[in-house]
Write a protein that binds this ligand. Sequence first.
Ligand code: HEM
Length: 459
Amino acid sequence: MLASFTDGFFSVDPKHGFLPIAEPLAKLPETFSGLQSLIDEMPILKDDGSPGLLATEGAFEKAVLVLPNYLSQVQTEKDPFVLAALFRAYGFVTSAYTLAPSHHSFVKTGKYGKAHEVLPANVAQPFAAVADKLEVYPWIDYHYAYSLGNYQKIDKSKGFEWTNLAMAAKFSGMDDERGFIMLHVDINQYSPDLVKAVYGIVENENRDDLNRDVHLLADTLNKMNDRRRLMWEASRWKHYNDFRVFIMGVKGNDDIFPNGLLYEGVWEEPKAFRGQTGAQDNIIPTADIVSGVIHYYPQNQLTSYLMDLRQYRPMCIQNFFKKLAEQMSKKPLAQRLIEDDNQIGMQGLMKAYEEIYLFRNGHWQFVQKYIMQNTAYPKATGGTPITSWIPNQIKAVLSAMKDLSKAMRSTPEFSMEEWQEGYDKKVKLLNKQLEIVAVEAFDPEAVFKLNLELGYQDF
Ligand code: HEM
């Protein structure tokens, strides 16, 4: 059985999925008004259309130096929603403060300059204190800060479509930043059904119930993919660099942070934490664990990185993953379906693999366009070498598909011939792309064009 996984802000269950249990706070309580006004004044473009502090070199750093130190107020705070909003605020201030010089250097020269290496005590101390309370690292993350804990519905009576979502805190303040990160929240509107399917797969003994939930898994991933594809319009790829630098991490980004970051008044030694990234999202990891793709991950640095990123999530999410992995390892889903010669169940699982593949291949196209065509800087915000690593996990999905197919037969609902045709194209596409990126000075557009040629263009 899966237990309850909550910290008072998130609760992983079939009602909330991976979204917060209620809308995150728009603003901090009055006690922290100095911090709130810094957040409001910070974006390159403010809500009223005028330039904010990050628009002028040195202006944000100056404003940070006069921020009161709220350490004692943070230490006595208990409300999970206020703690999440405080973590978000300090996460934004820390990244904006340290990375402002890198941003201004990029604007002037097209190259990221070095970041500030010392975080002043008035930010470092309360940030470390709130991170400690939430049991996470003191660096901007995906859950509490940049993405899931940062949305505001524009029309409260409407849904989670990205067009109806605004950011409580922002770096660029431009629409491409909002579209980029709010689409992640939008995709998660279906996460309650994902969690429902997962609970069902773990708990159902009965074959029909199990099949219903395996198909719910595939259908939910299909809906998520439909939303994911909207990235191309939600955030224009040519504008990714407008905000990208601010979500860079310290670990793995040695050119920007050659000596780590010193948290003044907290630790004697500099620290290095990983940057905010969609790789901290929970949809694909959950799908990988429940479907068994995780058993096909290669043993390499990317897999270690993805596992390292587990620690960059709220404790309740980490515990959910641990418990789920433990349950699934008792009897992997594919094995259960194959031993039972459950063709309907296998078809559902194959559809789920197809969606995981489409998610990853579409996502690989994001990387080709938003990053590879935009910049020569070879490190992702999470600090990974981009071109060689992303395709690794696509291979894992293809291997899982291949193994499952051996136990499957054609039925009126599912043609193995068609499946084989699609599979061969997928293998060809990836192999050709890897051939191109293996050459040092390759053409990213050539990698991208192959998607269209082989019928897998994402939009
Ligand atoms: C323009 C859009 C996007 C870009 C440019 C992008 C870029 C990247 C990059 C460079 C990585 C490599 C690891 C790192 O260092 O962070 C990564 C990993 C990852 N991203 Fe994204 N991403 C985008 C959108 C998304 C979305 C919408 C999601 C899901 C909601 C997502 C989920 C993931 C996952 C799960 C990984 C881990 C690798 C894997 O399991 O295949 N990304 N992304």
